[in-house]
Design a protein around this ligand. Structure first.
Ligand code: SF4
Ligand code: SF4
Length: 482
């Protein structure tokens, strides 16, 4: 495979190819995409109340800088970036801050959030700015540094689920170089169609986002990865990228879960293997960004529009009208469902995200973030009730695991409370894809066992670090510097 420094490639125009690499493992869940696949993206009105979390991304939550009684305007920074792996949070609508308090997030933890009354009148003396929130930039003449700063000040993080700060990802550390920019349009999670609709409806914005990222990263090859079950998205991308030069390929991937996982996407598109954590894609010369993030980067640069909203698929057989909705960050799930004309029947299960990697949530009083790709409402007949049984050593989970680890061994170790054994079995390599649980005939909650072990190991490492820092500072107090 030729690299982007090859002069011949730089004048080549885009081509569509089939993926040459297939990872081992993976499963074929029932995709159920037909419910929302053909529903054009709709913008919902700003709800009367937004609950904007300070923890919408991977890393340290943003530091809230507003208080109850403040009036904030759309796009105003309400949470400052709080560390290297963090992003700022901006108000996704104008309104009166009713409270700043801890609120439950989709993953089960709670984080500080700004509760905004968007119906409050604009106080005297407050000017709600008109026009773009940030100064639009001409990406062709703007410097790499200005473009990178724009991604940071727009509060952009990965919108495919992980929420990694994009300004960090697009700025490789010294000695590392991006050879392949991979745009992730696989969207392999059942039910979800938000990325699919973006590719169909906004392919030209994806093209612009790619041009901007390639300018930030330096000359690199581009791979746009799409699963074969999205022919209309592939056609739209082919049209939008037709005249783009410089080693650009649309890579059509076989339909296989978890094809959208960053590591598997890198292997499927360019045949490179990301080593075990803490190795990152850039260690094998790759940067992966989701199609939604790519559009957000285009909008932040060309329109001066920070990341304040996103497309979320609301689907499932219990929702009256499945839709792909653009909603401001902080929209309550209950408002999303109301915009879909409510429910056909009370859902037996509500999932934030997809059915494989999403989180079951206890109620609809939870709000969207920059990473909320879907909300699923499932009826009793779609929710299988089962009892977890003892492992029968059938090995199906091992065959399904795309990370080449032994899920059965890990689940048994965690069941026996032997986290050290789970660690020896490489549980930290687990990407929590759920393929093992899906494949297990004994209905063992293997993914949850993996999550439990990983959380426990992370807590132990954090405690060890804190202890080392405390010991270091005590030693420094005893022996003050001369
Ligand atoms: S062990 Fe982890 S990576 Fe392997 S199938 Fe299970 S959830 Fe996926
Ligand atoms: S699939 Fe389930 S029963 Fe089979 S080996 Fe894995 S954990 Fe055991």
């Amino acid at each position: 495979m030729s690299l982007p420094t090859d002069g011949k490639d730089l004048v080549e125009s885009m081509k569509t190819v089939k993926s040459k690499f297939k990872f081992r493992g993976g499963v074929h869940p029932d995709y159920n995409k037909d419910l929302a696949r053909d529903k054009a993206i709709e913008r919902m009105p700003v709800p009367s109340e937004l609950v904007i979390s300070m923890s919408q991304h991977l890393g340290a939550p943003a530091k809230c800088i507003v208080k109850a009684g403040d009036y904030v305007t759309r796009g105003q920074i309400i949470g400052e970036r709080n560390g290297f792996i963090s992003v700022c949070v901006r108000a996704s609508a104008s309104g009166l801050v009713k409270a700043v308090e801890k609120r439950l997030g989709a993953a089960g933890g709670s984080a500080p959030a700004v509760v905004l009354d968007t119906t409050a009148p604009v106080p005297e003396g407050v000017v709600v700015p008109e026009g773009p929130i940030l100064q639009p930039l001409d990406w062709k003449t703007a410097s790499r540094e200005d473009l990178l700063k724009r991604v940071e000040e727009a509060g952009i993080c990965g919108m495919g689920g992980a929420g990694f700060p994009s300004s960090v990802k697009l700025n490789p550390p010294p000695g590392k170089r991006c050879e392949y920019l991979i745009v992730n349009g696989a969207e392999c999670e059942p039910y979800l169609c938000a990325d699919h609709r973006l590719m169909v409806e906004r392919a030209s914005r994806i093209r612009l986002g790619v041009e901007i990222m390639r300018k930030i990263l330096g000359e690199c090859a581009v791979r746009i990865a799409v699963e074969a079950n999205k022919p209309d998205a592939i056609a739209a991308l082919e049209e939008a990228f037709a005249d783009m030069v410089g080693n650009v390929e649309i890579v059509v991937l076989p339909v296989l879960y978890p094809q959208g996982s960053e590591k598997h996407q890198i292997f499927a598109t360019v045949g490179r293997v990301v080593p075990e954590p803490p190795a990152l894609p850039i260690d094998v010369g790759c940067v992966v960004e989701n199609v939604g993030t790519t559009v957000a980067i285009a909008d932040a640069v060309e329109k001066g529009e920070p990341l304040l909203e996103r497309v979320t698929t609301v689907s499932g057989d219990a929702v009256a009208e499945p839709k792909n909705i653009i909603a401001p960050s902080g929209t309550k799930y209950s408002d999303l469902v109301a915009f879909c004309s409510g429910v056909k029947e009370p859902p037996a299960k509500v999932i934030s995200g997809g059915t494989m990697m999403g989180f079951a949530v206890p109620h609809l009083d939870i709000s969207t973030t920059k990473t909320t790709s879907g909300l699923l409402l499932l009826s009793r007949k779609r929710v299988f009730q089962y009892t977890s049984q003892a492992c029968i050593n059938c090995g199906r989970c091992v065959r399904a695991c795309p990370m080449y680890i032994n899920p059965a061994e890990i689940s048994k170790a965690v069941e026996a409370d032997d986290i050290a054994d789970a660690e020896r079995a490489h549980v930290m390599t687990c990407i929590e894809c759920g393929a093992c649980s899906f494949a297990c005939p004994a209905h063992r909650t293997i993914t949850q066992f993996c999550r439990r072990a990983k959380n426990s190991i992370r807590a132990r490492i954090a405690a060890e670090k804190a202890k080392a820092v405390a010991a270091q500072s005590a030693a420094e107090k005893k022996e003050p510097a001369k």
